[in-house]
Design a protein around this ligand. Structure first.
Ligand code: PLP
Length: 359
């Protein structure tokens, strides 16, 4: 079976971890600093702050911008739960705005109607590796004085009009095992604002600038040097990994053809990095996934249940029905697109999709 994703860890990562283990400095240290500098350079921003996960990156980004109880934050219902949960963790209230079916990202035309006097921020998600409509979103945000936090967990290396993901708003990235590069677990926050960067560093480490003196209520959301060492090696491989993903996506674009299947669309001016290659299935999706599994092709559904329908969100009073997100959640099916696929894997995937016998 070709799995839906597989991290590519090589001898360089093994050697880097071993060197850290033998150095005796295994918690946050010099490797984290090096990783931050390299990450900031990649994103074209002056500051990157490493944290323990993409979730804690989002949580701290909200806190560093002073968002908390009484505030509303606009985001998409069609994302991983961490996007919205980070807003709840900060004590604020997520407000869900429906998505554009062409990009699966938040529909900028619907944002203005969701803004209230309590709105403080927008968190667009660059879903599947494609940047959200940042021009429109920044214009709305500037007009209303809102903070923009990019959930770029799936979009490291993505660009719009040449600008990297995480360089426009405050950027939040994940280094989880399935993401385009990984450190096992880990996260990164990018910003051009020195005050925000300083606040983030305090928040991730018990509000402490000087050992055992605590300026504010902080957390332990630090990254270890073990993770940073892996992340640094992976960052060096990102360009090659992304080229492979783009090659696989182009192969699928050229060769997949089925009347019940819509392929992903890349919006003009964008560099999609294909964290996922997501089809829409206009027939029985469960049957399609079953037939693909029989043909040896693993698939996944990102995401089967929009966030306002999640049991916890129901419990706290959400009743939204966002029709496009609801529809996409019944249609989407992601194919394996990770860099380690072979040419034989690519042909097997294409043949399996084109051979689907649906209704
Ligand atoms: C993975 C992911 C996160 C959370 O990152 P973790 O490192 O798993 O905490 C947040 N948002 C999106 C869109 C993600 O894909």
């Amino acid at each position: 079976m070709i799995p839906i994703s597989r991290p590519l860890i090589g001898l360089e990562e093994e050697a880097a971890v071993l060197a850290v283990l033998r150095s005796g400095m295994i918690a946050q240290g010099p490797q984290v600093e090096r990783f931050e500098a390299a990450f900031a350079a990649l994103c074209g921003v002056p500051y990157a702050v490493a944290v323990s996960s993409g979730t804690t990156a989002l949580h701290l980004a909200l806190l560093a911008h002073g968002i908390g109880p009484g505030d509303e934050v606009i985001t998409t219902p069609f994302t991983f739960i961490a996007t919205a949960n980070s807003i709840l963790m900060a004590g604020a209230r997520p407000v869900f705005v429906d998505i554009d079916p062409a990009s699966f990202n938040i529909d900028p035309d619907l944002i203005a109607a969701a803004i209230t006097p309590r709105t403080k921020a927008i968190i667009p998600v660059h879903l599947y590796g494609q940047i959200a409509a940042m021009d429109e979103i920044m214009e709305i945000a500037d007009h209303h004085g809102l903070v923009v936090i990019e959930d770029a967990a799936q979009a490291i290396g993505a660009r719009f009009h040449g600008r990297p993901a995480g360089s426009v708003g405050t950027g939040c990235f994940s280094l989880y095992a399935t993401k385009n590069i990984t450190s096992g677990e880990g996260g990164m926050i990018t910003t051009a604002d020195p005050v925000v960067a300083d606040h983030l560093r305090l928040l991730r480490s018990h509000g402490s600038r000087m050992r055992y003196y605590h300026e504010l209520l902080g957390y332990n959301f630090r990254m270890t040097d073990l993770q940073a060492a892996i992340g640094l090696v992976q960052l060096g491989k990102l360009a090659a990994f992304t080229e492979r993903r783009l090659y696989h996506a182009a192969f699928f674009d050229r060769h997949i053809s089925h009347p019940e299947v819509t392929k992903p669309q890349v919006q003009p001016g964008l560099r999609h990095v294909f964290h996922q290659y997501t089809l829409r299935i206009h027939a029985d999706r469960a049957e399609a996934a079953r037939q693909l599994a029989v043909a040896g092709v693993g698939t996944a559904i990102f995401y089967p249940l929009p966030i306002p329908h999640q049991p916890y969100y129901r419990e706290i009073g959400y009743t939204d029905h966002l029709p496009v997100a609801d529809q996409m959640s019944t249609e989407v099916l992601a194919l394996p697109v990770y860099p380690g696929l072979s040419d034989a894997d690519l042909s097997q995937i294409v043949d399996a999709v084109n051979g689907l016998r649906l209704g």
